[in-house]
Design a protein. Structure first.
Length: 508
């Protein structure tokens, strides 16, 4: 395995510490990162101690004082340069993502492309942090609103998008004038170090203080330093619903703000007028892309009874052609799961759904033998299931697709919305009424609803996130930036009178 890309990303020392921009610290305790691709140790990072965390906070607080005074377009210029840096190292960073996380190389590069795109978006947004003006009800008064930076934004990210999710949060937070502290997943810590190394150079070149972007390493205990810390006004967390509920309670108890992007149980409704070739591509990529480990992965295919057999046959055939193996080999479609715990969860779900009555249309199983030594490669499978099985209502982060039959649109929408999660959704139809109904207030209850494209692969330009147990947060594009700032309403009196609001008289 050629690992030149590690050197290019500054990972040659095999360990990297807690980092405040330009300085790294070494606590002597390490998190080791093993690749699910070949089971080998890639490197280790030093775990952040409480003392180091305090140093990070002090540096971040100091950096905030300078950073918030820089005009927003000047902050945008720094982000623009980071976008250029990412373009330069797209190949290496994409390879690291693929090697450390296990997604296909094409998807690894795709993730870095999302980072580049959000940089471009953030540069434009840095000149558009607009507030409104209002007409005051009092004479010779002016009212307006403006947005100010919040301060330190804590980012907790998951293993499945080890670089892009941080960039959606961080690049927007940075142009807003915030500084960021990032705790990446302990399953993909080297990706965060690589992103930080590239950003560090840009910060240095621009004389921006260390501490504008920091990383801390560790498991949930290190995350807790931030969730319980009143110096961190906003926590943006991506991960499981279980984790989100804990974060929400901790941050909520100190009345801090959260942006939560949690589990999905995304479905595609296939109606009688659907183009089955469109269904095939959308559903296949949605279900097996990133080995079913996207929050937006397609987990349920709710198919009208008139098309059920045709869709079943086409999907089964397509699954038969999937090549599973080393994700850095571009001939393969599906890479490994992140680790053996994930493999066990996958096996458990298959076993339970069968006990509930599910019928395996495409068998699952763990692959063994040469090339599969890590023990993390599994076969994507399809299960014919009833809409209300417990397993079907549970998000299993693995390539298991449930095929569900429906009779009419009322039933399809009811099945669609009955799960606890509400991230992404899609309808495949050529019927305008069905499409509009799905997108209406009485249709999909998700944060993302698509027509004739699958559930995954959202562009950065829209706000990303979902409802119900997905957590309600929105990141990335549209006006998601507002969550990273505090809004202030201002009223200015330019007369010599002081007319009181609501006509109140207060004569002395
Ligand atoms: C995630 O799985 O956490 O829509 C994010 C998509 C990607 C992002 C997924 N743009 O599939």
């Amino acid at each position: 395995m050629d690992t030149k890309f590690l050197q290019e990303l500054g990972l040659h020392t095999e360990n990297a510490g807690t980092s405040t921009g330009q300085n790294s610290m070494d606590s002597g305790q390490y998190i080791e990162s093993y690749s699910p691709v070949d089971g080998k140790l890639i490197g280790k990072v030093s775990q952040t101690t409480r003392e180091e965390y305090e140093q990070v906070m002090a540096t971040a607080q100091e950096a905030f004082k300078t950073w918030r005074m820089m005009p927003a377009p000047a902050r945008g210029e720094v982000v623009r340069q980071y976008g250029l840096k990412l373009r330069e190292h797209k190949d290496a960073l994409g390879r690291l993502v693929s090697y450390e996380m296990g997604k296909s190389l094409q998807e690894g590069w795709g993730e870095v492309q999302e980072m580049i795109d959000i940089c471009d978006f953030a540069v434009g947004q840095s000149r558009q942090l607009y507030g409104l003006t209002m007409h005051s009800e009092r004479p010779s008064h002016r009212m307006y609103e403006q947005y100010h930076p919040l301060g330190i934004v804590g980012i907790i990210s998951a293993f499945n998008f080890p670089v892009a999710v941080w960039s959606w949060n961080s690049m927007i937070a940075l142009i807003c004038g915030d500084v960021t502290v990032w705790k990446a997943s302990e399953k993909s810590p080297l990706c965060s170090v690589a992103c930080q190394n590239l950003l560090r150079d840009v910060l240095k070149e621009n004389n921006v203080p260390e501490g504008v972007s920091c990383i801390i390493n560790g498991d949930y205990k290190v995350g807790e330093f931030m969730t319980k810390d009143h110096r961190v006004p906003l926590i943006s967390a991506t991960g499981s619903t279980r984790m989100g509920k804990i974060v929400a309670a901790e941050v909520g108890s100190r009345l801090g703000k959260t942006i939560l992007e949690l589990g999905g149980n995304n479905a595609i409704i296939v109606t009688p007028s659907a183009d089955t070739n469109v269904v095939l591509t959308g559903a296949l990529f949605g279900a097996v892309g990133t080995a079913g480990q996207r929050c937006t992965s397609t987990r349920r295919l709710i198919v009208h009874e008139s098309l059920f057999d045709e869709v079943k046959e086409k999907m089964t055939k397509a699954y038969g052609q999937l090549r599973i193996g080393n994700p850095l080999d571009e001939n393969n479609h599906v890479g490994p799961l992140i680790d053996k715990d994930a493999v066990q969860n996958y096996l458990n779900a298959i076993e339970t759904v069968q006990k509930e009555g599910g019928k395996l249309l495409v068998e699952g199983g763990v692959l063994e033998g040469p090339g599969y030594e890590s023990g993390c490669y599994v076969k994507p499978c399809i299960v014919e299931a009833e809409h209300d099985y417990k397993t079907v209502h549970t998000e299993t982060f693995a390539p298991i697709l449930y095929l569900i039959r429906y009779k009419d649109m009322d039933e399809a929408i009811a099945y669609h919305n009955e799960v606890p999660q509400g991230l992404s959704s899609a309808i495949m139809t050529n019927n305008l009424r069905e499409a509009e109904r799905f997108l209406s207030h009485a249709g999909s209850d998700c944060g993302i609803a698509n027509v004739n494209i699958g559930t995954s692969g959202a562009e950065i330009g829209g706000a990303f996130g979902g409802e119900k147990e997905t957590g309600g947060g929105r990141e990335s594009g549209s006006d998601a930036w507002k969550a990273y700032m505090r809004r202030q309403t201002n009223t200015i009196n330019y007369s010599t009178e002081v007319p009181l609001a609501q006509g109140i008289k207060f004569d002395l």
